[in-house]
Ligand binder design. Structure first.
Ligand code: NAP
Length: 285
């Protein structure tokens, strides 16, 4: 297994789980492989038994609005370069993507399936969707795994759970949006699932490419997640109060509803990722 973007949230957990499972995994951080460097990617040493998991991405959703070229190089173009290399070598590519490829929710929202129409509203979402398409065009055996609302929750982490942890500890009482609902996903659980998928692809080499969804079970608003962090730390959850997205404007629009259905994942014979509440308890422990 080869992991690109190995120093990020998911990449770090992939390396940990691979080590725990005694798997042969090579983690490549940005300094080891710049995935936007076409020459470096085309020289990547892969063989037909290798599963390459691409976790490298431009994940600063708001910054992407004013850095469309930077976001596109990493999110839209690089996946195609990696896929061209897996097609050349016979290796398999798992490319991680996002719930932000979806746009405004229908009147009666239900968890999104991979075949639902995409209509990204942000530069991040548009570039990630372009990257999915580039990867599948260059190597149709690519498996695109869309996930959502990823956190590690580690003390000091800048992700949402890490941030709420810091606010709770520092006596800050935040207002948090309660009109964006999604699928909070613990990076450890996602990484474990991605390794299960890599095992499956290694065992069933002729399995076709696909787009699938893998995210924490259940659904929550950011406000619910924030209150659950406070409660999990023994702080009073009432210290978190709700606000609307309109009251808290950000450069990039976010989908109001981006819950991902696990059906495409379990249809592969893989275990669904645990419920977000169970995952959060483990992340905070
Ligand atoms: N975070 C979320 O909430 C979320 C939600 C849905 C989907 N996703 C997707 O999940 C995947 C993993 O996300 P994550 O949360 O683990 O992101 P992350 O923590 O931001 O990690 C991304 C990694 O990409 C690396 N990187 C940046 N530019 C690179 C380059 N040119 N070449 C190689 N590596 C480069 C970064 O390196 P540095 O450490 O050096 O910056 C970082 O380690 C991404 O595809 C993301 O779009 C994330």
């Amino acid at each position: 297994m080869v992991i690109t973007g190995a120093s990020g949230q998911v990449g770090t957990w992939l390396a940990k789980h691979a080590d725990e499972r005694g798997l042969d995994a090579v983690g490549l951080g940005r300094a080891d492989l710049d995935v936007t460097d076409a020459g470096a990617v085309s020289a990547l040493d892969l063989d037909p038994e290798t599963v390459l998991i691409n976790c490298a991405a431009y994940t600063a959703v708001d910054a992407a609005e004013s850095d469309a070229d930077g976001a596109a190089a990493l999110n839209a173009v690089a996946p195609g370069l990696l896929a061209r290399r897996t097609a050349e070598t016979g290796a398999r590519l798992i490319h991680v993507s996002t719930d932000y490829v979806f746009g405004p929710s229908p009147a009666a929202p239900r968890p999104w399936e991979p075949g639902d129409p995409c209509a990204p509203e942000s530069a991040y979402g548009r570039t990630k969707l372009d990257g999915e398409r580039a990867a599948l065009a260059a190597d149709p055996r690519t498996v695109v795994v869309r996930t959502a609302w990823v956190y590690t929750g580690a003390p000091g982490a800048k992700d949402f759970v890490g941030t709420m942890r810091r606010l709770a500890d520092n006596g800050v009482d935040p207002r948090v949006v309660d009109d964006q609902v999604g699928s909070p996903t613990y990076a450890s659980d996602l990484a474990s699932g991605l390794i299960d998928l890599a095992d499956l692809l290694a065992a069933q080499g002729d399995r076709p490419g696909a787009v699938v969804h893998a995210a924490g079970g259940g659904s929550a608003a950011w406000f619910d997640l924030a209150r659950a962090v406070f409660a999990g730390l023994g702080a009073d959850p009432q210290r978190v109060s709700p606000c609307t997205t309109a009251e808290f404007p950000r450069p990039a629009p976010r989908p109001a509803y981006s819950v991902l259905s696990p059906a495409s994942w379990t249809a592969l014979g893989l275990d669904p990722l645990p419920d977000w509440r169970d995952a959060l308890d483990r992340a905070l422990a």
